[in-house]
Structures are given as C-alpha cells and as structure tokens.
Design a protein around this ligand. Structure first.
Ligand code: 5GP
Length: 204
C-alpha cells in the first residue's frame, strides 16, 4: 500500500440551489472520484437516504463526535450542524482515490488550514434570479428557509475568491460544469508542486 500515490482531496462549495449535487453526480461517474458522506443534524428531505446523502444524526451524537475529534471540519449552517467524518476520507486518500467534499464555505476554510494541498472549487450560479428560481422550484423548503439560504448565498458568493477555481453551472449545461471540475483537478495535479517527484530522478 505504501507506494500507492495518495489521492487528491477536492473541496467543492457553492450556494444552496446552485446544483452542486447534480453536477457532482456527473463528476462521480468517473471512477477515480469518491464522495465523502457528511453527517448532519438536519432532518432528511423526501427521498434522502441515511448513509447515502448524509448520516442523519442527533445533536448529542454530533457534539460527542466533535469532542472525540472525529471530524476533519464542521460548521453550523441555517441552524444545523454539518461535518466531514475523518475516517473515510483518510482511508480513501491513502488508497489513492480522489475524494470530493461538498461543503459550505466556513468548513472549506477550515480544511484549507489543515490540508492546504486540497483543491478548492467554487460552483457559482449564472445569476441571482436563476438561483432564487431554482430554490423555489425545488419545493422542499418553506419561504423562511429559502430567504435564509439566499442571504447565506450572497455571503458565500463573496467568498468565491478564496477558492482555486470557479466554475459556473449554466442552465442546461450540467455536463460542461462537471467537465470543468474534472479539468481543474487535472490541471492542479500538473502544478510543479505536485509533479516535481516525477521529474526529480533526472538530477540523481
Ligand atoms: P443541504 O442542507 O442543502 O443539504 O446543505 C446545506 C449546506 O451544507 C450546503 O452548502 C452543503 O454544501 C453544506 N454541507 C454539506 N455537508 C457538509 C459538511 O460536511 N461540512 C460543511 N461544513 N458543510 C456541509
């Protein structure tokens, strides 16, 4: 196992409603990516499955996991906890898999501190109107929740400059957006800091 090249951690953020889930589904169809399932204290939406979309857990359990340092990062979002369990991510990276974290901005910035070598990608909407229409069209949240999410979205979009790459999810162009993410990961892997080991034999 020791000479397996470590996988890359890919941190993806974007405002609620931008279509992260659908875009990432396309990215995950390429077999060298795996998805890290987060834990959350929010209630499941219709159709969401425990252990697939999230590990749906109680606040007590979440706080117990925090105290045992079992998260790489965690944050509160719209009144609920969300966090990335450490065990799965470490295992997959050590097996050479590229791991995708779909997390909000505060959590992404925590990852940047502890794993600065990760690749940070921000998915932006085409416009505010399109984002709002998508949130309303989803029909799964109340008006209050939607307004909360739009307010958070404004702040999140301001934070896009802290990421390595910004991709836009245009209406009807989900596959192109997924291709852009794969392309960003590939380009990043060719940076000298990631490639130097491959050429350094030349000097021996
Ligand atoms: P939702 O409730 O719509 O599934 O997710 C709300 C927000 O929480 C989204 O921006 C999503 O990316 C983020 N999120 C999901 N899992 C995690 C996680 O493990 N950590 C953090 N920090 N954010 C997460």
């Amino acid at each position: 196992m020791s000479n397996v090249r470590r996988g890359r951690l890919v941190v993806v953020s974007g405002p609620s409603g931008v279509g992260k889930g659908t875009v990432l589904k396309h990215v995950l169809e390429r077999d060298d990516f795996v998805y890290s399932v987060s834990a959350t204290t929010r209630n499941p939406r219709d159709g969401e499955v425990d252990g697939v979309n999230y590990f749906f857990i109680s606040r007590d359990k979440f706080e117990d996991m925090i105290s045992k340092d079992e998260f790489i990062e965690y944050a509160q979002y719209n009144g609920n906890y969300y966090g990335t369990p450490r065990f799965f991510v470490e295992k997959m990276l050590s097996e050479g898999k590229n791991v995708i974290l779909e997390i909000e901005v505060k959590g992404a910035m925590q990852v940047k501190k502890v794993m600065p070598e990760a690749i940070f990608v921000f998915i932006a909407p085409e416009s505010r109107e399109i984002l709002e229409a998508r949130l309303r069209g989803r029909g799964t949240e109340t008006d209050d929740v939607i307004s909360g999410r739009l307010k958070i979205a404004e702040n999140e979009i301001r934070a896009c400059l802290l990421y390595d790459y910004i991709v836009i999810n245009r209406d009807g162009a989900i596959k192109e957006c997924a291709d852009d993410i794969v392309c960003a990961v590939k380009s990043d892997s060719m940076k000298p800091s990631n490639m130097y080991n491959c050429v350094s034999d030349f000097f021996n």
